[in-house]
Write a protein that binds this ligand. Structure first.
Ligand code: NFK
Ligand code: ZN
Ligand code: ZN
Length: 207
């Protein structure tokens, strides 16, 4: 029997974060000794750490917050494809990739092997890809990269274009061991009312 496979990045003090962003911390804020009954923990983190989804509010002040996003996008059938170490990902890279009936697409690139160090450069997701994928009916794009735009991008063009074409963004997946094919995916965000994104526990199961 196929079981669920974890494709999320473990969160701990060593988890690499966006340069200058809040490090991940977990602490027992109220110990069993202090409370007399329970350990009560507290986490501090940037939302854009590890495996997470972006809400449009991340790059658009008028964009949707996490709790306004449709949960159906983040759970269901997904196709995983492997584009080994591409310099960029555009329409050309996807020519010949069958996307018939696919609404969730996850791309394994293998460009970030040492996840304890934040990458200085990542392949560009070409903004033109957004309309191509949107026209094919894609509603979720997931990648094993920390962003769908170059690290030094200030315009976040691909984030904007993907959103414009109805495509939700899932970043920081761990797909190293995952063979291309069709899977069941669950990567649900927390119901964060005000937030610009959410960490997710992403799992897949072979169909
Ligand atoms: N767009 C990236 C995050 C990002 O751009 C970022 C995250 C934390 C601190 C600064 C960031 N961008 C700075 O230009 C993401 O979606 O995860
Ligand atoms: Zn993000
Ligand atoms: Zn992003």
């Amino acid at each position: 029997m196929d079981s669920w496979i974890d494709i999320s990045l473990p969160l701990n003090q060593q988890t690499a974060v966006w340069p200058g962003d809040t490090p991940f911390t977990y602490e027992v804020n109220w110990s069993k000794e202090e409370s007399g009954s329970v350990n009560v923990g507290r986490i501090t983190m940037s939302i854009h750490t590890g495996t997470h989804i972006d809400a449009p509010f991340h790059f658009d002040n008028d964009g949707k917050k996490v709790s306004e996003l449709d949960v159906n996008v983040y759970i269901g059938k997904a196709r995983i494809i492997h584009l080994p170490v591409p310099s960029s990902i555009g329409i050309e890279a996807l020519t010949g990739v069958d996307l018939e009936g696919v609404s969730r697409l996850l791309i394994r690139t293998d460009v970030w092997p040492d996840r304890s160090v934040f990458p200085t450069a990542i392949p560009e997701i070409e903004p033109e890809l957004a309309s191509y994928l949107g026209d094919k009916g894609i509603r979720l794009l997931g990648l094993d990269l920390p962003s769908v735009d170059p690290i030094d991008s200030k315009e976040l063009l691909s984030h904007h274009e993907l959103t414009k074409h109805g495509i939700h963004i899932l970043e920081g997946l761990v797909l190293d061991q995952i063979e291309p094919g069709d899977y069941e995916l669950a990567a649900l965000p927390l119901s964060l009312a005000e937030a610009d994104g959410s960490p997710v526990r992403a799992v897949v199961k072979r169909l």
